[in-house]
Design a protein around this ligand. Structure first.
Ligand code: MD3
Ligand code: FE
Length: 215
């Protein structure tokens, strides 16, 4: 019998306590190890063209998360604010195309009639986290968001758009979640990583990919 590590809840705990939030859908372990590795390889390849960088908040503070994007549009933040733009803020080059396996996943899971035109790549290492926020920089806020987690498990927090109680959900490597309908404007963030919970990324850490219809 292997003792349960309190920092790493069982898959049972992860799936039996979904937040009471209509429109939030979680597919735990949807991507197997081989699919995770293949996707991570495509992310690494994209990062050769569009290197990770550390955005600034509109207030001028650096994010603890490093970012890049795939797609016709990429989400960026700087002193001018949050927005989508067609080019990398440091290199000025267009973002690499969204990998086909991500477009297939979008079709299979969301059924949304148009493809995503933006895929934000977030890299969390060490103490990186993301404060509670809403995603509302996209033109059509009725289109879903699809999120894929790779690497160390994250403690994800989500609550209703109007504020109030939040629920804590573990997002592990290979988990996929969709935010549709009333959950699309949910308040959400990443409290912390469970360091050492995955060996997918050699030095540890977590990559999150979020597919969106931005433009
Ligand atoms: C709920 N990313 O990039 S993914 C973000 O793990 C972001 O990097 C987190 O929040 C991350 O904006 C959370 C899960 C997620 C993504 C988008 C959402 C949850 C969401 C959009 C609306 C509501
Ligand atoms: Fe978000």
């Amino acid at each position: 019998m292997i003792p349960q590590n309190p920092l790493q809840p069982s898959r049972k705990e992860m799936t039996e306590a979904p937040p009471a939030l209509p429109g939030f859908r979680l597919w735990p372990g949807l991507l197997d190890g081989a699919e995770q590795a293949a996707l991570l390889a495509e992310v690494r390849q994209g990062l050769e063209t569009a290197p990770l960088y550390r955005p600034l908040t509109p207030g001028g503070r650096p994010f603890s998360v490093r970012m890049s994007n795939f797609g016709a549009l990429g989400w960026v933040s700087d002193r001018q604010g949050y927005r989508y733009q067609p080019t990398h803020p440091a290199t000025g080059a267009p973002w690499p195309a969204i990998p086909a396996r991500l477009l297939s996943l979008w079709d299979a899971l969301t059924g949304w009639p148009s493809p995503p035109d933006a895929c934000l790549i977030n890299l969390y290492q060490g103490e990186a986290k993301m404060g509670l926020h809403q995603d509302r920089d996209e033109r059509d806020l009725t289109a879903p968001v699809l999120s894929i987690s790779l690497g160390d498990t994250a403690v994800f927090r989500i609550g209703p758009a109007e504020g109030g109680a939040t629920a804590s959900v573990r997002l592990a490597s290979g988990d996929v979640c969709a935010l549709t309908g009333p959950a699309r404007l949910a308040r959400h963030g990443i409290d912390r990583l469970l360091t050492g919970s995955s060996r997918l990324l050699p030095g540890g850490g977590r990559v999150n990919l979020t597919l969106r219809v931005a433009g």
